[in-house]
Design a protein around this ligand. Structure first.
Ligand SMILES: N[C@@H](CCC(=O)N[C@@H](CS)C(=O)NCC(=O)O)C(=O)O
Length: 208
């Protein structure tokens, strides 16, 4: 369910790297997990006694360890731009997309807390539109966000829209047709599509 876990899964699928997926909810996680993940967040990468938290740090490691096919362009400026979009995807964009998912799904269905509907309205009416205006401008008429190639920017800027959809919202295609088409196109890539479709039953993560 986590957009950040999905990000790592897509990167590994793109590079054809095998891994074992260990399910772990960050909410009410046991002490052993909190020791491995100091911020108590998912994902973490665990390889023998090597442990890394944070999807962006994990992707940097994966990119160095399994360089082909690359998830970053060679050119320093384009590379930096891809990293910027990864940052934006994990901050302002996910504040809106994953934020709505947290309010509408995680809080009521898992944490048994009430949805903050005022916050949801603000995220859908203000935060998300601003992000989509910005990203539409950045995308222009290109197929990919940076350097005409699939990069980690394309993962980071699309993963949380799976969560937005699960939360019953979507991109207004009449207002942002280019960005909506971009997300659909990236989600449909052969290594990405099965991961979009693989959504676990969240009721089993319920915190009783
Ligand atoms: N910057 C982190 C963010 C990870 C993150 O926020 N994960 C969420 C799940 S989607 C989490 O574990 N939240 C638990 C919490 O905040 O306590 C990354 O990129 O890995």
């Amino acid at each position: 369910m986590s957009p950040y876990v999905r990000k790592v899964r897509v990167a590994l699928a793109y590079k054809g790297v095998d891994f074992e997926d260990v399910e772990q909810t960050p909410f009410g996680a046991p002490a052993e997990f909190r020791e491995l993940s100091p911020l108590s967040k998912i994902p973490i990468w665990h390889e023998d006694d090597f442990v890394l938290p944070d999807s962006s740090v994990i992707l940097s490691y994966i990119e160095e360890r399994y360089p082909n096919p690359p998830l970053l362009p060679n050119d320093p400026q384009r590379r930096a731009r891809a990293l910027w979009f990864q940052e934006y995807g994990g901050t302002k964009l996910s504040e809106a997309t994953a934020g709505v998912f947290f309010e509408r799904v995680v809080k009521p269905k898992i944490l048994k807390l009430e949805t903050n509907t005022k916050l949801v309205d603000h995220l859908l009416l203000k935060t998300l539109p601003r992000a989509l205006d910005y990203l539409t401008k950045c995308l222009g008429n290109d197929d990919y966000m940076v350097a005409g190639m699939f990069t980690l920017a394309d993962i980071a800027l699309t993963t949380s829209f799976v969560n937005l959809k699960l939360a019953g919202a979507s991109i207004d295609t009449s207002r942002w047709p280019e960005y909506a088409a971009y997300v659909e196109r990236i989600h449909a890539l052969p290594f990405y599509a099965p991961i979009v479709a693989d959504v676990p039953d969240w009721t089993k993560f319920r915190k009783d």
